[in-house]
Ligand binder design. Sequence first.
Ligand SMILES: Nc1ncnc2c1ncn2[C@@H]1O[C@H](COP(=O)(O)OP(=O)(O)OP(=O)(O)O)[C@@H](O)[C@H]1O
Ligand SMILES: [Mg+2]
Length: 234
Amino acid sequence: MTSVLSIGSLKTSGTTTLALTLASVAAAADIPVVLVDASRDKDLVSWQGKASTPRSLVVEAADDEAGLERLVRAARRRGDLAIIDAGDDAATIRAAARLSDRSLIPVRFSPLSAYAAIATDHLLTADAGKGRRGRDWCFAASSVTAIPSRIARMVESYIEQSETKRLEIGLVLRAAYEAPFVHGGTIFSLTDEVAPGLDRARAEAATLAYEVGILGRIAAPVPSYDVVEVAQAA
Ligand SMILES: Nc1ncnc2c1ncn2[C@@H]1O[C@H](COP(=O)(O)OP(=O)(O)OP(=O)(O)O)[C@@H](O)[C@H]1O
Ligand SMILES: [Mg+2]
């Protein structure tokens, strides 16, 4: 089971979107989650200021490694799930990964994102013996398009050369994932008028959360949307 998850890549690749989306699934399933914003631009802190957040989701800002460690340890003590947006800074990505059970390296199928993902993979490999025992990491595709370009396919095979595995499922490019950053709230609290395609986004996000090891924690009955059923069908 994943209790602490860090997400980061050395270049903008959908980190914050992935962190918020996964935290939203947990919150919708009544799993207490702390979204730790350790990124430079604090987009999650800004997101939190836009509208009321779900009851079981809190955003905390970490300004340095000591603060990050404090927040993660406190979440572990409470038994809460912690998801860290480690941003694009090498030292922060490394520090966040050391505190985590699992790390995700988001990758868009564009050359610069892929180069950054591989560089992030090397960073984590070089640091593998440090921090929590048994921690692991993998690539997670972000902003996937239905018809990949020839370049995207080449980039995909480049990523596949790494021994680090890529999750079976990623996040497709969908306006629904961007809507929370406009309106506040999450893909589980917004409505189709402001964020078309929510059903698919919710189902995909739940499947990804299951894959990442977040949803297996589920104990309580889920609210409005049946996240468990979707995840089990995956
Ligand atoms: N699956 C997706 N569907 C649609 N848009 C997406 C998706 N993932 C990311 N985006 C968009 O791509 C842009 C970058 O995403 P995001 O801010 O999540 O990346 P980041 O790696 O955290 O960037 P930064 O380096 O600025 O922190 C944003 O405009 C975001 O809305
Ligand atoms: Mg970000």
